[in-house]
Design a protein around this ligand. Structure first.
Ligand SMILES: Cc1cc2nc3c(=O)[nH]c(=O)nc-3n(C[C@H](O)[C@H](O)[C@H](O)COP(=O)(O)O)c2cc1C
Length: 293
């Protein structure tokens, strides 16, 4: 492994490693206002949820590398403790990027980047009409990690209200990841799309206790075919399944007949077949394939 320390000569390279590895990151498109009531809009990808009761978000503004000065967003939230966090979608990502230019004090990035202002219900900063989710927040704490150039300041925000465009909701009123079309920030100039083929499901294991890797039969655990992800799906069952001959399909029967005198090859073939089942999340069937000899 290549090991790099924060004290290394090349601090930009270190930053690139961190931001490329801790990725993709959601983007907080922060709308604030200054003391004179002038709007400011900037994207920040050092951003996440940190609690639900009360609902809290945090994002981090960094001091400018070249001179250690703080950003307008930081100054604005220090001055009046209010922010609207808008989400960034593939439809507005170029505009959001444009708004990140270091425009001089008092520049209205809504105007510069072509966004429409919507009045908020609980705070003074505007919402971004083009963003499908707009979150009104009260800033409850600002934590400076240092005053060196590049230092982050955590802006801890309590959510007062979420506004959601109905166009991104499923019939059951949940947000459809393919409709919201979120994008995320990665290292350097890279972004990623969080919809289409990029989206997949992993069954939540927290309602039941899976048997775990150590509960898997040794030949399965040490399979040369099944991957860690495959084994994790198998290890998520609550008890080791029993073989059920009624489950065996024609493919299993033919495979067993063909390889009957070659047990090692038979195992490899069955593991390959089980892998296919697991790729379709047919875990019960995969178990039966694996237990068929
Ligand atoms: C997608 C994206 C994500 C960004 N994330 C951050 C971040 O997390 N922290 C930060 O300090 N700057 C970040 N920046 C840079 C700021 O947006 C930029 O410095 C901006 O000019 C700050 O504006 P302000 O001075 O009006 O607050 C990001 C830029 C882009 C395009």
């Amino acid at each position: 492994m290549k090991t790099v320390l924060p004290t290394s000569e090349n601090s930009l390279q270190f930053y690139n490693y961190l931001t490329s590895a801790v990725a993709p990151r959601p983007i907080c498109f922060a709308s604030t206002i200054d003391n004179d009531g002038l709007p400011n809009l900037s994207p920040f990808s050092f951003f996440t949820i940190v609690g639900n009761q009360p609902p809290m978000l945090v994002f981090s503004t960094l001091r400018r590398m070249r001179n250690g000065t703080t950003k307008h967003t930081y100054e604005n939230v220090k001055a009046n403790s209010e922010v609207v966090i808008n989400v960034v979608t593939s439809d507005i990502v170029e505009q959001a990027s444009l708004s990140s230019c270091e425009y001089p004090d008092g520049t209205d990035e809504f105007l510069k980047a072509g966004f429409t202002k919507l009045a908020s219900d609980f705070v003074k900063p505007f919402r971004v009409a083009e963003s499908p989710v707009q979150i009104e927040c009260k800033v409850v704490q600002v934590i400076d990690t240092s005053d060196k150039p590049g230092a982050g300041s955590l802006i801890l925000c309590e959510v007062l209200a979420i506004h959601i465009n109905p166009a991104i909701l499923n019939e059951d009123e949940t947000i459809d990841p393919h409709a919201i079309k979120l994008v995320a920030r990665m290292g350097k100039n890279y972004y990623s799309r969080a919809f289409g083929e990029a989206v997949f499901e992993v069954e939540k294991p927290n309602v039941k206790l899976g048997i775990g890797f150590d509960g898997l039969p040794e030949n399965i655990r040490n399979s040369t075919i099944l991957t860690g992800n495959d084994l994790a799906k198998l290890a998520n069952v609550t008890a080791l399944p029993e073989p059920e001959p009624g489950f065996y399909d024609e493919h299993i029967k033919k495979t067993i007949e063909y390889y009957i005198l070659m047990p090692d090859e038979l195992e490899v073939e069955l593991h390959r077949y089980a892998r296919k089942m697991l790729a379709d999340n047919r875990v019960e069937h995969a178990w039966q394939v694996l237990l068929s000899v």
